[in-house]
Ligand binder design. Structure first.
Ligand code: ATP
Ligand code: MG
Length: 340
């Protein structure tokens, strides 16, 4: 008899760091049964880095849930008449050439219902997020995984993975998330920041902004007149240079905050509600000053979020101390695994 497929690895192939979290379904719980992460110095060494990470991690499963991102993936907001969810992707596909910059024959298209709203004339409609990814790009992504002996089980986008991680958190920590609130999940990575705005645990908006930790590092390098490698170390452990570092990254934080605010404005216009809370994840959320810096610009309650909280962890298979230390950086990997 086939073994039940109980374990899956959420594999978050970030531009600077690959994160993998294995979740295993045990009777009533989802348990963290494996974890590893590895920095990738450049794109060329990505496949080798994944291979090394999988060797080191000794996961039970070869099934992986991953995501695609970047310029080959586009997000578009579309207004459609209300219809059944199973008709949605087909309906969106028929009209996709109106919305996307690629030839429709060359793309994979997915669509997600975001909620009800009103159109420009005030008539009820349905807000839909259309995601299109170049077929060749997705095929290359799958090939990279298959060549490593992995079994791709699903391919998503970071923004939705964040939403899934949030929903999982709500299930394992009943009552911890105040109901009726609108929360913005903001994952500040290296090359980009992913935003997901949820109302009552339902995604209403998702977007990527091409700003992240790499821009903070470059700003420090310029300000201190040092190489990016050295600036990365100063960013993580500023010591006596804390004030200089804060000054150096101020402009990047302002730019990032302004982009996030634009997303909040879009949501508030489309959905007639207000973002109340901001939860930060991503490796850059390990920067102690990020919370305070963004809270000042966004003027909303802003907290770093630990997506591991409430989950059971197999301490015989996982370095629990490292898992807890890096937790905010693992939100996408957890969400990818949780969605399958
Ligand atoms: N302790 C720390 N303090 C400050 N920044 C940190 C720390 N640890 C990691 N970072 C930063 O976090 C970023 C990496 O985060 P993350 O792993 O979320 O990005 P990524 O997924 O590789 O990138 P992307 O999502 O943009 O492709 C890097 O810019 C790194 O400098
Ligand atoms: Mg990332």
């Amino acid at each position: 008899m086939l073994k039940p497929r109980r374990s899956i690895v959420g594999l978050d192939i970030g531009s600077s760091c690959i994160k993998a979290v294995e979740l295993t379904r045990e009777k009533y719980d989802l348990v963290v049964s494996g974890y590893a992460q590895i920095d990738v110095p450049n794109e060329a060494s990505r496949q080798e880095a994944i291979a090394e990470l999988m060797r080191a991690a000794k996961f039970r499963s070869k099934r992986v849930a991953t995501a695609v991102s970047g310029k080959n993936v586009v997000f578009r907001y579309v207004s459609m008449p209300e219809m059944a969810e199973d008709k949605l992707v087909q309906a969106v596909r028929l009209e996709a050439d109106k919305y996307i910059p690629f030839d429709v024959a060359d793309v994979e298209i997915d669509a997600q219902r975001l909620g009800s709203g009103t159109d420009a004339a005030g008539k009820p409609d349905m807000k839909v997020l259309l995601i299109a990814a170049k077929k060749s790009f997705v095929a290359d992504h799958v090939r990279l995984l298959v060549e490593l002996g992995l079994q791709p089980a699903s391919i998503g986008v970071d923004g939705f993975a964040l939403g899934n991680a949030w929903e999982l958190g709500d299930q394992v920590n009943p009552g911890i998330q105040e109901s009726g609130r609108t929360v913005a999940l903001v994952d500040v990575g290296s090359a980009k920041t992913s935003i997901n705005i949820l109302r009552e645990n339902t995604t209403c908006f998702a977007r990527e902004v091409p700003l992240g930790g790499q821009d903070l590092t470059n700003a420090i390098a310029r300000r201190l007149g040092i190489e990016p490698g050295a600036a990365e170390a100063v960013k993580r452990e500023p010591g006596e240079q804390a004030a200089l570092v804060a000054e150096a990254i101020g402009q990047v934080l302002d730019d990032l905050g302004n982009e996030i605010n634009l997303s909040f404005d879009f949501y508030e216009n489309q959905f007639d509600g207000e973002v109340q809370d901001v939860r930060l994840t991503g490796g850059s959320a390990l920067l102690p000053s990020l919370e305070e810096g963004l809270e000042r610009i966004l003027e909303k309650r802003t907290k770093t979020w630990n997506p591991i909280e409430g989950l059971k962890v197999r301490s015989d298979a996982v370095d629990v101390e490292a898992l807890n230390r890096q937790a905010p950086q693992l939100a996408v990997a957890i969400g990818l695994a949780a969605a399958v």
